[in-house]
Design a protein around this ligand. Sequence first.
Ligand code: NAP
Length: 291
Amino acid sequence: MANTPIKLNDNTTIPLLAFGTGTALYGTDAEHLVTAAINAGFTHLDGAQAYKNEDSLGAGIVAAGKARKQLFVTTKLAKQPEDKSVRDSLVESLAKLQVDYVDLFLIHTPIYYQEPGRLKAVWRQVEAIKKEGLARSIGVSNFRPAQLREILDGAEFPPSVNQIEFHPYVYNDLLPTLELQKQYGIVTESYGGLSPIFRFKGGPLDPVLTSIANRLSETTGKPFNEAEVLFLWQREKGVVIVTTTTKESRLAGYLSILDAPKLTDDEINLIDEAGAKEHHRHFVRVTILED
Ligand SMILES: NC(=O)c1ccc[n+]([C@@H]2O[C@H](COP(=O)([O-])OP(=O)(O)OC[C@H]3O[C@@H](n4cnc5c(N)ncnc54)[C@H](OP(=O)(O)O)[C@@H]3O)[C@@H](O)[C@H]2O)c1
């Protein structure tokens, strides 16, 4: 399977693997790594107003010198004061990113908009941005079924994606969200997908991932590690993978999964079963957990 883009419910497409400028790069100058990621083969860049480095994401894009239409650029809406329009906020982001439009614009988290009616009102403003063409596609992040239902009710456009923490230790908990998303063709973007190997190391997944990495290394003759196995599991679940690194040396390994063979059904089941033995969620502050 090559780097086939995934279709979105608004007839656009999204590349399978994204380089993100949050988490390890939060608040840092990401220019050099963004340029390195694009030069290595990443076409999908995931930024956010809240990461406080959109200007360096923009500088990295410019330095790489790739045609705008060959790149897929995402940003996300940070907490807005009520008297500032979502459009004004996005226009500031576009200037920092040095682009005329983003490919994807997301509401970063519903946590910011818990007053009655506010989430729906913000979504209406996001829909207007799509109509104007400042964002090709629109979506949400960290939404559970309750918040998805709230904006789907009467929406002109359903969100095209929901970007959420996604790995085997939260997979079971996500099933109701994934089921609802299926009904509306909402694609999942994963973040935190490598959490089992460095945020929750020592759990039941460890030996399973190592054994699958060894199997892949033997059958392909190329080295595979546990991170790449987790990416392949995400690919099998049909999600868009958003990851990052502070180390240029990891970029080629990340990209190698685009051409890697499929996991077997048995391997997917073993990962699902090991993940279901424990529940771990790292990014609790951005998600309203009670539905
Ligand atoms: N929407 C949201 O609320 C939200 C929340 C979180 C993240 N995100 C987005 O998703 C992006 C990625 O998030 P994430 O950092 O949580 O993704 P992740 O894919 O779970 O983790 C990436 C980290 O994994 C480490 N890593 C890679 N290979 C490894 C290995 N073999 N062994 C040990 N560690 C390894 C890297 O460390 P090194 O730096 O040392 O290479 C890197 O910093 C963010 O940058 C952001 O764009 C969005």
